[in-house]
Design a protein around this ligand. Structure first.
Ligand SMILES: [Zn+2]
Length: 371
């Protein structure tokens, strides 16, 4: 294992942050996986799973079991981790400008699709190598104006030529769920089976360029732009939501790290016999069918259903208690599906998404992810 600390651009003189990167295996030999934890900074279950991965990768490396390369970033957002405001952690948005740390990751899809124009052949492997060269070139040519942009860019450069990108997050209170690219439903389902995912949410574009799509969509865009040439989707990228903030436990982290190692084994990154795939706990559903349960006004939130509950259309999810009038307003699901996440606070603000149901009957358009 080789470790390094990348320096992030500082916002003012004397201020800088370091991004710790652990590298296993040999670059260029075998498939490459990039795994990062807690891009939203305060996602502690993800950081604990990364430590579990580190222990396992150290042991596998010592035993000569690394067939490919693994780049592990155990704490992907040192900027956000340092954002303590009056005793509260603010890890999701950059306090500099309010931008979500997992949005507006540079989208180099169009640049790469244009760069390979007239240079693709009938040889799929040669096309993959060409696209990968152009991805590295395009990511290398970008520049950042402030620390959060520099963070996104440095992480993108670590991931852009990988075969597998696992972006480990968690939700507020949630069951384990994944986000992925629609044409990669099969790999999402395989990873979901290993992790015991209760929901898998798919889109070809969710809006605002989250990190997983910044890595996987360029292949999809190149494929769509050049239908006459074989271009496989050579990067499988997914966001893994490791339950809720409070689901931080050694047993869960060990179980998740084992599942991720098994997925890397199945992809040829790690040697060893494969275990049978556990029975899937869910089928992938469109992200457009994920229903946000919205509080129309402020009030006290009293939940009636837990994360992991299967709900029917019309089911009562929560009561919203108006503290001026005493009126109790029921918040109901419109669609049937899995209640996969809910708010961790019990005071709702107007317009807040207080819970999410993975269904298949809605067809939302526009920006599909939470702010
Ligand atoms: Zn997150």
């Amino acid at each position: 294992m080789h470790s390094e600390t990348l320096q992030l651009a500082g916002a003012s003189p004397g201020l800088t942050h370091g991004l710790r990167v652990l590298r296993y295996g040999q670059p260029g030999r075998g498939p490459k996986a990039m795994i990062q934890a807690a891009l939203h900074a305060d996602e502690v279950p993800a950081m604990l799973v990364a430590q579990g991965l580190r222990e396992r990768l150290d042991a596998l490396d010592a035993a000569g079991q690394l067939l490919g390369e693994v780049v592990l970033v155990p704490c992907a957002n040192p900027l956000g981790l340092a954002q303590q405001l009056m005793g509260q952690h603010q890890g999701r948005f950059d306090l500099h400008d309010g931008v979500n740390f997992n949005r507006q990751v540079p989208d180099i899809s169009a640049a790469v699709a244009a760069a390979v124009q007239g240079r693709l052949s009938d040889d799929a492997a040669a096309n993959v190598a060409l696209v990968r060269d152009e991805l590295r070139r395009a990511a290398g040519a970008l520049s950042a104006r402030h620390p959060a942009e520099d963070l996104k860019l440095q992480l993108l450069r670590l991931a852009i030529d990988a075969d597998i990108v696992l972006d480990l997050h968690c939700d507020a209170e949630a069951t384990l769920h994944l986000y992925g690219l629609t044409p990669q439903a099969g790999l999402c389902a395989e990873l979901g089976s290993l992790l015991g995912a209760e929901a898998i949410l798919l889109a070809t574009e969710s809006g605002d360029s989250p990190f997983d799509e910044a890595c996987s969509r360029p292949w999809f865009v190149v494929q769509q732009a050049h239908p006459g040439h074989p271009v496989p989707l050579a990067c499988f990228s997914t966001t893994v939501e490791l339950r809720g903030q409070a689901d931080t436990a050694h047993a869960l982290a060990a179980q998740d790290a084992e599942a991720l190692v098994e997925f890397l084994r199945r992809r040829g990154v790690i040697a060893g016999p494969l275990r049978p795939l556990p029975t899937a706990r869910c089928e992938p559903t469109p992200l457009a069918g994920s229903e946000p349960i919205v509080a129309p006004r402020c009030g006290v939130l009293v939940f009636h259903r837990e994360p992991g509950a299967r709900v029917q259309a019309g089911d009562l999810i929560a009561d919203l208690v108006d503290v001026d009038s005493g009126v109790v307003e029921p918040l109901r699901a419109q669609s049937a599906g899995m209640l996969y996440a809910r708010s961790a606070t019990r005071w709702a603000t107007p317009g807040q998404r207080v819970a999410k149901v993975a269904g298949s009957t809605l067809a939302r358009t526009g920006k599909l992810l939470s702010p």
